[in-house]
Design a binder for this molecule. Structure first.
Ligand code: DHB
Ligand code: FE
Length: 279
């Protein structure tokens, strides 16, 4: 039986890619952000996951506004990055796990999640940068299963629906016959707004309440808010916190918080990081 050994949630700002390319990890602007990942990499060195289920939102590299699945999942042998126009170097390809992907798809469709299945899928900064933060040598020691949630074009799935997706994914992993150690990685958020009158909006109060809720007695706390309320509290792109909710849901009722970091701002974003272990 495959086993979920932990969950990592992090922000995914393109500027991180430029900072990595320029080796700015010790720069005063970047140090508080990059230092947050040191204990996480140490934990990865000890636990050595085999597979990463990577929950993220594509920003137009793989899906564009003309075709926008609410939930999609990769089932490819390999996933490649490509130039998104941010001026950051692309990264080496990622090895997929088609057998596990198809098992997850079968189980989720069986649970009435109508997924888009992708046997070809380009992965953008929301996928590549968190992976590069976890494995800076970019010699990826894991296979990956990408799970994509639409946060770029209305209507978005509700927080509750994303939570249920995570729970269904966890059941699907538990019913897989392999003996893999599975890491869940959820990327996006926390509060940020890149466009419109509130560009630059950050809500530290809400972010910290949200992070607390994930490790407290009510991990579904954020499910009380509909999409418009989430945008109001976290900014138009802050809704990417849906990835954190789906990730949290995969870890079961109780978790242990092993590490967290919160730093404002990285580019326009309140950057958050959590390392959680099923209790
Ligand atoms: C920024 C943040 C994001 O989540 C993103 O996808 C692109 C840009 C930013 O703060 O610059
Ligand atoms: Fe984003």
């Amino acid at each position: 039986m495959a086993r979920i050994i932990g969950g990592i949630t992090t922000s995914h700002v393109p500027a991180i890619g430029r900072a990595i390319a320029r080796n700015l990890q010790q720069d005063p602007y970047w140090k508080p952000f990059f230092d947050g990942f040191i204990p996480v990499r140490q934990w990865l060195g000890e636990t050595r996951p085999d597979v990463v289920v990577l929950i993220y939102n594509d920003h137009g590299l793989n899906f564009f506004l003309d075709k926008m699945p609410t939930f999609s999942i990769g089932a490819a042998p390999e996933y490649r990055n490509a130039d998104e126009g941010w001026g950051i170097p692309t990264v080496p390809p990622f090895k997929g796990d088609p057998a596990l992907s198809w098992h997850l798809i079968e189980q989720l469709v069986g649970e009435e999640f109508d997924l888009t299945t992708c046997q070809e899928m380009k992965v953008d900064h929301a996928f590549t940068l968190p992976m590069a933060l976890l494995w800076p040598d970019q010699n990826w020691p894991v296979r990956v299963v990408p799970v994509c949630i639409n946060t770029v074009q209305a209507p978005l799935p509700s927080a509750t629906r994303c939570y249920k997706l995570g729970q269904a994914l966890a059941r699907a992993v538990a019913s897989w016959s392999g003996d893999e150690k599975v890491l869940v990685l959820g990327t996006g958020g926390l509060s940020h707004q890149l466009d419109g009158e509130r560009a630059g909006f950050i809500n530290k109060d809400f972010d910290l309440k949200f992070m607390d809720s994930l490790v407290g007695n009510d991990p579904r706390w954020a499910c009380q808010f509909d999409t418009h309320q989430l945008v109001e509290h976290t900014g138009t792109q802050g809704v990417e916190l849906l990835m954190w909710l789906a990730t949290r849901a995969m870890l079961g009722e109780k978790v242990k918080a092993l590490h967290r970091n919160y730093h404002i701002p990285i580019s326009n974003t309140a950057s958050g990081l959590m390392l959680l272990q099923p209790a």
